[in-house]
Design a protein around this ligand. Structure first.
Ligand code: DX5
Ligand code: ZN
Length: 227
């Protein structure tokens, strides 16, 4: 997996929770590159979603990359279970753990891509000691916890700083929160290459009306100015 082609990652936070498997299959068929799974604990963030058992159950229904975004604290408590669930990418928040380096090492040592997520108030410089350990930096462009929030444009400069810190290393820059047809272009211009979108992909469609998903994904891809 190398940086290059832009990656569109629908967040199933905006999908129909009563039909998650069908929703994953529908967005894959509609052109998604990765499927983004938001795990929330009602403690690190003020919302609850699903845990490792649901992630394991979804694994057979995701043939592409399963991108797990952990918003749980303490991170280490359940980390092994998400590794066993065979995630392809596991991203942990630097604010949610006293042992970010150790958590990332555990992910990497299990052959899984290791991501670090930064809340809007966290500076880019925190990734400096992690650069040789991580495969992905997730820049939160909303306060984590809910879909459908407004993109925080102040984060654009951080994406740019992260791109400079990464240099020639093969590390993805993911943006998460408020990505739609009006924001994806600027995020891409600053250096992001993985675009998480919940509302902008799932709104208006359903797994039995997937043409909407296809159009939404295509619109985002086009406006990210991908080749
Ligand atoms: C927020 C989640 C996001 C969220 C994005 O805590 O990490 O992945 O689903 O939703 P939208 O695209 O609606 O902002
Ligand atoms: Zn997310």
């Amino acid at each position: 997996m190398t940086r290059g082609k832009h990656i569109i990652a629908p967040s199933i936070l905006s999908a129909d929770f009563a039909n998650l498997a069908q929703e994953c299959r529908a967005v894959e068929k509609a052109g998604a590159d990765w499927i983004h799974l938001d795990v929330m604990d009602g403690h690190f963030v003020p919302n609850l979603t699903f845990g490792p058992d649901v992630v394991s159950s979804l694994r057979p229904h995701i043939s592409k990359v399963m991108d797990v975004h952990l918003m749980i604290s303490p991170t280490a408590l359940l980390l092994e279970k998400f590794i066993v669930a065979q995630a392809d990418v596991i991203t942990v928040h630097v604010e949610a753990t006293p042992h970010i380096f150790k958590d990332l090492q555990l992910i990497k040592n299990n052959g899984i891509l290791a991501g670090v997520a930064l809340n809007p108030g966290t500076p880019a410089s925190v990734i400096k000691p992690l650069l040789d350990t991580i495969d992905l930096v997730c820049v939160m462009t909303v306060n984590p916890g809910f879909g459908g929030q407004k993109f925080i444009a102040d984060q654009l400069v951080k994406i740019n700083e992260i791109r400079d810190l990464i240099g020639a290393r093969n590390i993805h820059i993911e943006v998460d929160g408020g990505i739609d047809i009006t924001t994806i272009g600027t995020a891409a211009k600053e250096g992001a290459n993985v675009f998480v979108a919940g509302t902008a992909i799932f709104k208006g469609g359903s797994f039995d009306n997937p043409e909407i998903y296809q159009q939404n994904i295509l619109n985002l891809r086009t406006l990210s100015h991908d080749q």
